[in-house]
Ligand binder design. Structure first.
Ligand SMILES: Cc1cc2nc3c(=O)[nH]c(=O)nc-3n(C[C@H](O)[C@H](O)[C@H](O)COP(=O)(O)O)c2cc1C
Length: 253
């Protein structure tokens, strides 16, 4: 079964949350009880608020890295995401870099015309990795009632339908930056994950597939292990950027 997911955009510009102190006191301890490294994902409507959040979380023991979700609406860019545009991206990553010495990941948006330029801006300002990426802006209409199906009319599309777009963006970014890329978008099995690695990702994230099938990650990891054994791959990094595109690119020249 192949299911995509569309979720409402945040209204108006800022996600409601209980704030960073509540997160540190009530949410973090649960996740700190697990062995894998803990990545804190943050989002804010201004570069200043992004920095304040990053600085506060950097004081908390046990956080391995900060993922700055710069793909959501913000006040400084008239409600557009920082990651739509390289100059705005550079400004927020520069502020974040000054605020934290933890590894800093930037989560990009596919809702941009030049993702490689945005990725380069992250790298130039000292970001340690990029995540490609967040949901694609979409909408859905009920033709019988003539109403939008989402309360906010537009929303973020995720799942298998966005995979070819995100895969292409990972490939484009890999050609332009040296920092690691974490691929994300429509991954629901080991083959999807391997495609992202071959396109240039060093790691992947899985979202929607785990809502549909909570066991997804376990099956994916088992199948990935099996693929590596079959192919004689000793380390997953051997797959990163290993797409055999040389002959095709030569033909294009
Ligand atoms: C219901 C839902 C909620 C999400 N919330 C967030 C969020 O709070 N922060 C974020 O960076 N991305 C969020 N995302 C985006 C996912 O992390 C992911 O980037 C996107 O869905 C594409 O991956 P997928 O196709 O594997 O879901 C959300 C996605 C969905 C479907």
């Amino acid at each position: 079964m192949s299911v995509s997911w569309i979720r409402p955009c945040s209204t108006p510009l800022v996600f409601p949350s209980k704030g960073v102190e509540d997160f540190i006191e009530h949410t973090l301890p649960f996740y700190q009880s697990y062995a894998p490294p803990l990545i804190a994902s943050i989002s804010a409507p201004t570069a200043q608020e992004f920095s304040t959040l990053a600085a506060r979380l950097s004081e908390v023991p046990g956080i391995a890295a900060i993922e700055a979700n710069i793909s959501c609406s913000n006040i400084e860019e008239d409600g557009r995401a920082f990651a739509i545009e390289p100059v705005a991206t550079a400004r927020v990553i520069k502020a974040l870099r000054q605020a934290t010495s933890l590894p800093l990941w930037a989560k990009l948006t596919p809702n941009t015309s030049d993702v490689a330029a945005v990725a380069q801006a992250v790298e130039h300002e000292g970001g340690d990795a990029i995540v490609v990426g967040n949901t694609l802006l979409g909408m859905s209409i009920d033709v019988h009632s003539r109403r939008a199906r989402l309360g906010n009319i537009m929303g973020g599309l995720s799942g298998p339908s966005i995979k070819p777009i995100m895969l292409r963006m990972v490939y484009q970014c890999h050609k332009h930056i040296a920092i690691p890329i974490i691929g994300c978008g429509g991954i629901s099995n080991a083959e999807d994950a391997i495609a992202y690695l071959l396109a240039g990702a060093s790691a992947v994230q899985v979202g929607t597939a785990t809502f549909i099938q909570p066991q997804t990650m376990i099956t994916l990891l088992d199948d990935l292990h099996h693929y590596c054994q079959q192919q004689g791959i000793r380390h997953i990094s051997e797959l990163t950027g290993a797409l055999d595109d040389a002959a095709l690119l030569a033909n294009l020249r």
